[in-house]
Design a protein around this ligand. Sequence first.
Ligand code: ADP
Ligand code: MG
Length: 394
Amino acid sequence: METTKTFQELGVSEEVIRALTKQGVTAPTRVQEEAIPPLLAWKDVIAKAPTGTGKTFAFGIPMIEHVDPASDDLQALILAPTRELALQICDELNGLLAYYKDIRVTVVYGGTGMQAQIKALEKHPHIVVATPGRLMDHYNRKNLRLDKIKTVILDEADRMLDMGFFDDVTKILNKIKNRVNLGLFSATISQEVMTVSWMYQRDEVEITVAPTQESKPDIDQYSITVPKLEKEEAMLRILRSGAFERVIVFCNTKVMCQRLSDDLRRAGIQADCLHGDIKQATRERTMAAFRKGKLPVLIATDVASRGIDVDDVDGVINYDVPDENEYYIHRIGRTGRARKKGISFTLIGSFPEKAKLDEIAKFCEMTIHPMIFDEYGCLVPAPEEEKRTPPRKF
Ligand code: ADP
Ligand code: MG
């Protein structure tokens, strides 16, 4: 039987425990239980845990406990891939600091003016939360010093390194000469994360938290078996059913993304795509249109989708069955957020695709309901499934 330790037993201070209690947080989650003690002991940590398992406190709490408020030095750094995430982390840290009023945290990110951030940095924060590009900007302009930083965390390390921040991140790490430890936190451990770990960590403590029932968003998952050459036809039917106002479609390759996007547009669907061969400026335009609700259908590869900062989509369609189990979780996790019910469709066009999806369902311990198009072109549960689950209407 697993027993959960208390925050006190993990070595967390009374001040932080009181701040946690104030937010209704009483017992640590798995990743917190496993990451807080080694981080408090200044060890390197590489932690893989699904979204929503409490990674922010897992690294935020030990970081706060390490800060010496009597000093004016910048002592700790958290790098995050997006402005939204950086702001969110900063908020969570401030929540933890309710009874440690003399610890200062500041956030810096791109896409906005430097001046307000320079002002904030002049107040000598102890902890900075930053996106990598903007942090480099501030460093190059000598708005902050990195030489007194002891602890560094890369949050959503997989996403950050995939988004083209690899060079910035390694440049930053190389400049932090007196670093004592480094924590890598991610939902998945990609090749780039492994590389950073290999380059910058020593005797790291590895933590893996498997997806649990509670961390799973509420998503109705369906698969649709169609003849291979009729996948586009199936897509059009789903998109035209009016079930979705905003949907992300995933393909496994850039070529497929582009082709599908072109074909859907020819068929009169407002669609656009994101993949590695598309220029940054165009990507940003596409993303902004999607975020504002002006573009209902966004088609993306797994890698490109990591830059999409929109989480509350009505649905996800997997045009291709993903190559990796983890990708499936990432993909469908784009919907069903914020306590809304999400929906996902995965198109199966071949036996290997069916076998792969069965494996994914087993690995993720999720039920994916098989559907088919009936003779009227309506989606109905596949015959063998009919008895077990009531069909959802479309
Ligand atoms: P992750 O980074 O793993 O996706 P977060 O750190 O953003 O997850 O935490 C998800 C939510 O869970 C947040 O709202 C956070 O306040 C809450 N949370 C974190 N730790 C606990 C805990 N020990 N008990 C209850 N809620 C928690
Ligand atoms: Mg997080």
